[in-house]
Design a protein around this ligand. Structure first.
Ligand code: C2E
Ligand code: MG
Ligand code: MG
Length: 714
């Protein structure tokens, strides 16, 4: 049997040590033992024997009792006192009878057996064999115990051994320390274990143990929580196995306990991460779709249950990201997520779909008004400026609402429709919301096609520029034109910029497009100057997307175009939107200053629709404000609605800026604007945007520039 082999640390451990001061007796014994196959070490007195034993670690010591100095009994005592030799079996040999005083003394000193002399060789060998076998067995046990103890310590697991008959249970020191206790602080009954098991796990654990005891499982294994001394719960893996008697009845069960708290936490994190957005911590698309599909199913079963999906997309998020950097962009998304979540009812889900898109599932709503009111509340919350790493950032969002009352069969469909409605809201302007209706679907399909077409349009041949006169309200004469781009779509005909500019911005095509418009318009204006010198100086206003300001070659390009076309810089106005100011970085400010230095004027377009703070304005080298037509159209529309226009004119003048009114359509508006002291007007009242040929016809008919307004308004 493998276990019976002693370890071979020393040659002497498998040897037998014989001690006798009488040489004849010693020789005889050596001979008898060697014949029986033993390796023999010999000593002639007690001292020599002790030295040999300490050096060689014999398996058994056979000693004469009567010896000078250290006798057999004293040798026995000294061996027992030596920690390494205390278990080495000793056989005393003497003429004394067993039961004699010295024989008893010998046994008391720790001798294992006694051999009366004279003896016969067979008896000696029988006794030595028994003792060596026992020594080997003990060594094997010791070794296995050591190995077990080492393994238990090394595995870092706690161990338990449960006597099912007495219900007594042994817990290892490690088992206790895993729960924060010292060795003496936990008793030896099963209750010490069970009472610390989390109440939610207790029943299952007991059932698992019982099932194993009853033979229902090959081994017991369970993950459960255990109460630690510090009051927290730790996840443990408990494993064990029963020992059965010959009738198969379990009488003992032993096993281990492993702390798996870390692994459990990692699993929980993974699970959480799989369903949540890492940046905002909100549910992600997967979790949202899961909740949405439940809502769809529920609505199918219960007629009285309805829900809504709000799809939210931040306006101008790309501008923030491109200009202030991604970390501020990230902060803004976190802030938006926080604001959205703050206003929700308990059962609603706010999720981040990715990018600057968020979705909200409003469950169990009474009617569509609830969703619309919620959308309004969201708009109000988002409009407040966010202070992000020292920057004041303004944001708005476009919201699309889809209602379950349409009768959706699949969650993807209602999500798609809320997205379509959001795009609709976006087209109608920033910070708008729109409820989905079925006609939007066909429109969305058309829009998608447009986007695909635009991406395919690589040449400028499909673009055209129209020119809309800008009129001086002081002189009633044309002061210049705004260049407005159109897309001559091969199938759809003329497409207006509101439809394709957002797409061009998204795809990056705008950079190329804007520069093409600038070059064409500058060249065209230069041509008009040559042809109609009497109409000098006519200016041209060109729109520049905020995107241009992320390009460092913008200034060089403008300079190059002026140089190539020969247009005087003072005749060029660049129209920028508030988005550009919102970027508000040093680099943008530097670029604006450099443009000004070229001699170009800067006009702030669509003024009043953005959310840039008015207090910013003085920091930028802006020459004129263009009041958005939304404010002009209010003038004269029942009651006096000219306050905003009035305020903007006053503000501009106080900052030394001119004002251009956009979208002037009625005489009444014109009169009011004149009364307010507004410098310029642009709008259908004077002229819609004109083709180059119409423009030339107009200028040609009025070559000396005297009665242009008459022509325009006739
Ligand atoms: P915008 O710069 O504010 O241009 C004025 C818009 O108002 C033009 O629309 C013009 O046709 C329209 N408009 C002028 N007078 C009236 C009026 O009396 N009533 C009404 N209802 N509308 C009037 P359009 O041409 O559709 O351009 C829309 C926007 O597209 C422009 O607004 C501008 O922001 C952008 N855009 C146009 N061309 C370019 C371009 O080359 N580059 C860039 N980046 N954007 C452009
Ligand atoms: Mg403009
Ligand atoms: Mg405008």
């Amino acid at each position: 049997m493998q276990m019976m082999k002693p370890s071979m640390k020393h040659e002497g451990e498998s040897a037998v040590l014989v001690v006798d001061d009488t040489p004849d007796r010693l020789d005889l014994m050596i001979m008898q033992l060697r014949k029986a196959g033993y390796h023999v070490l010999a000593a002639h007195d007690g001292r020599e024997a002790l030295e040999l034993a300490q050096r060689e670690h014999p398996l058994v010591v056979i000693s004469d009792v009567m010896m000078p100095n250290i006798d057999g009994i004293e040798l026995c005592r000294r061996l027992r006192a030596d920690s390494e030799l205390q278990t080495t079996p000793v056989l005393l040999v003497s003429a004394m009878r067993v039961g004699d005083a010295s024989a008893i003394e010998g046994l008391e000193a720790g001798a294992d057996d006694y051999l009366e002399a004279p003896y016969d060789g067979m008896r000696l060998i029988a006794k030595v064999t028994r003792l060596t076998e026992r020594a080997r067995f003990d060594a094997a046990i010791r070794e296995s115990e050591e190995r077990y103890a080492l393994a238990a310590r090394g595995a870092n697991d706690g161990l338990w051994d449960w006597d099912l008959r007495t219900n007594e249970i042994y817990f290892s020191t490690r088992w206790k320390s895993m729960l924060g206790y010292e060795d003496g602080e936990i008793g030896a009954c099963a209750e010490e274990w069970l009472k610390r098991v989390h109440t939610d796990d207790e029943e299952a654990l007991k059932a698992e143990i019982q099932s194993h005891i009853d033979g229902g499982s090959a081994h017991f294994e369970m993950e459960h929580r255990m109460l630690h001394r510090d009051g927290s719960y730790r996840w443990m893996l408990s494993r064990g196995m029963v020992v059965r008697n010959s009738e198969g009845r379990a009488y003992r069960m032993a096993g281990s306990q492993t702390d798996i708290t870390e692994r459990k936490r990692a699993e929980e994190r993974l699970l959480h991460d799989a369903f949540h957005d890492a940046l905002t911590g909100l549910p992600n698309r997967a979790l949202f779709m899961d909740r949405l599909s439940h809502a769809v199913e529920r609505a199918k079963r219960h007629d009285d249950y309805s829900f809504a999906v709000i799809f939210l997309d931040l306006d101008r998020f790309k501008v923030v990201n491109d200009s202030l950097g991604h970390s501020i962009g990230d902060e803004l998304l976190i802030e938006v997520g926080r604001r959205l979540e703050a206003g929700m009812r308990a059962g609603d889900t706010v999720a981040r779909m990715g990018g600057d898109e968020f979705t909200i599932l409003l469950e169990d709503i009474k009617d569509s008004d609830v969703a619309v009111r919620m959308a309004e509340r969201i708009q109000q919350k988002l409009v407040l400026p966010a202070s992000l790493s020292g920057h004041e950032v303004f944001t708005t969002a476009s919201l699309g609402i889809a209602l379950s009352t349409i009768g959706y069969q699949r969650p993807e469909d209602i999500l798609r429709d809320s997205n379509i409605a959001m795009h609709r809201a976006k087209i109608s302007g920033e910070s708008r919301q729109q409820v989905f209706d079925t006609t939007m679907h066909s429109h969305a399909v058309a829009l998608l096609k447009l986007e695909t077409d635009l991406r395919k349009t690589v040449t400028e041949q499909e673009y055209r520029i129209c020119y809309q006169p800008i009129v001086s309200l002081k002189t009633d004469r044309i002061a210049g034109f705004e260049a407005l781009v159109r897309w001559q779509h091969p199938e759809r005909g003329l497409v207006f910029p509101d439809e394709f500019i957002p797409v061009a911005e998204e795809t990056g095509l705008i950079i190329h497009l804007d520069r093409w418009v600038l070059r064409e318009a500058a060249a065209q204006m230069r041509k008009l100057h040559e042809r109609y010198p009497a109409r000098m100086p006519l200016t041209v206003s060109v729109n520049l997307s905020a995107k241009q300001f992320s390009r460092h070659d913008l200034i060089r390009q403008v300079e190059q175009i002026l140089c190539d076309t020969g247009l005087d810089a003072s005749n060029l106005k660049l129209e920028i939107t508030e988005n550009v100011l919102l970027i508000n970085t040093d680099s943008v400010n530097r670029m604006l200053t450099q443009l000004k230095a070229l001699g170009v004027e800067l006009h702030l377009d669509d003024f009043g629709t953005g959310y840039s703070s008015l207090s910013y304005l003085h920091r930028f080298p802006i020459d004129a404000l263009k009041i958005d037509r939304a404010f002009i159209s209010r003038i004269g529309a029942g009651g006096d609605n000219s306050e905003i226009a009035r305020a903007i004119v006053m503000l501009a003048h106080s900052l030394g800026m001119d004002v251009i009114a956009e979208g002037v359509e009625t005489e009444e508006q014109l009169l009011t604007l004149k009364a307010l002291g507004c410098e310029y007007g642009q709008g259908n009242l004077f002229s819609p945007p004109l083709d180059v040929s119409d423009l030339e016809m107009m200028l040609g008919a009025d070559a000396n520039g005297e009665n242009n307004l008459l022509i325009l308004r006739s």
